[in-house]
Design a protein around this ligand. Sequence first.
Ligand SMILES: Cc1cc2nc3c(=O)[nH]c(=O)nc-3n(C[C@H](O)[C@H](O)[C@H](O)COP(=O)(O)O)c2cc1C
Length: 327
Amino acid sequence: MRLILAPMQGVVDHHLRDLLTRLGGLDGCVTEFIRVTDHCLPPKVFLRLCPELAQGAVTTSGTPVKVQLLGSNPQALAANALKAAELGATAIDLNFGCPAKTVNNHCGGAKLLNDPPLIEKIVYAVRSALPESVSLSAKIRLGYESRNAYLAAARAVENGGAEELVIHARSKTDGYRPPAYWHLIAEIRANTQLALVANGEVWSPEDWQRCREMSLVPDVMLGRGILARPDLALAIKSYAQGKIHQPMSWYQTCQLLHQYHQSTKHHYPVKYLGNRVKQWLAYLRVYYPEADQFLESTKRCRDDSVLEKAFAHELAAHHPPLTVMEA
Ligand SMILES: Cc1cc2nc3c(=O)[nH]c(=O)nc-3n(C[C@H](O)[C@H](O)[C@H](O)COP(=O)(O)O)c2cc1C
């Protein structure tokens, strides 16, 4: 079984990939999508969204990172996939699932689910351009308006020559509303030879178990669930082995969030200071009630020294009791 960190544009950057893969339990990651129109992008675009290319396309803990491309022009996607490979990418993923209006108006993302022949053309063009050593996967939803396109899309991905398919088990119209229709992934499994990864609505080890049982697919991609609970991959792996997992406390998670703030605060323009931390807090509050209060108390904060004080206060307030030896 593999657990893969989902691509999440504007949320899962290389800092977060680094922290979450160092924590453990994850077997792979995918970058946020790189949008391709009709020309070859400069190297700096690939290196900005995937700095791991400069270190063998792995995070510092050695977890492989795929470069995700999104677009509808087969030649341009092929040229950019090759560029990414020349810059060090070892795996490319094609996004056929993005629901964003701007993306779909330009015939990228989930809209392509209505056009399986174009999906096949894109996959074929990209596969043909890439060296054999670079693997190719695609990520789809079950359909655009309704959940009716997944078999045709999966066959197109397979016929085009990709090796792996990630299925976010909802339609574009379903958005991110529960449930995820895991049982439909089992239909894809029965109809293709592709390696499959199931995705959608896995928030706990029990969800993971149900997802496996209904999709019949052992490999799972974790999205919002691992943002809500950073040790989710570790918890799932312990659960799978019948071992007890001690969940991360709010204190430990807040330390992780603080590390994230420290690594991102000099990376993004100062006018966005704290935005990434607040965005992550919005997910963390699903699992940690303390995150809700911390977000409330910091949401208007734009000054680093104030934010650092808030972190110091939060960590002191939740510090585990000292043992006699430590005291
Ligand atoms: C804020 C956000 C950004 C996302 N960005 C991407 C992306 O860049 N590429 C992609 O393939 N999927 C993207 N997704 C979809 C996720 O990868 C995943 O398929 C989806 O969240 C379902 O999984 P979950 O229910 O475990 O969160 C995004 C989802 C969210 C919520």
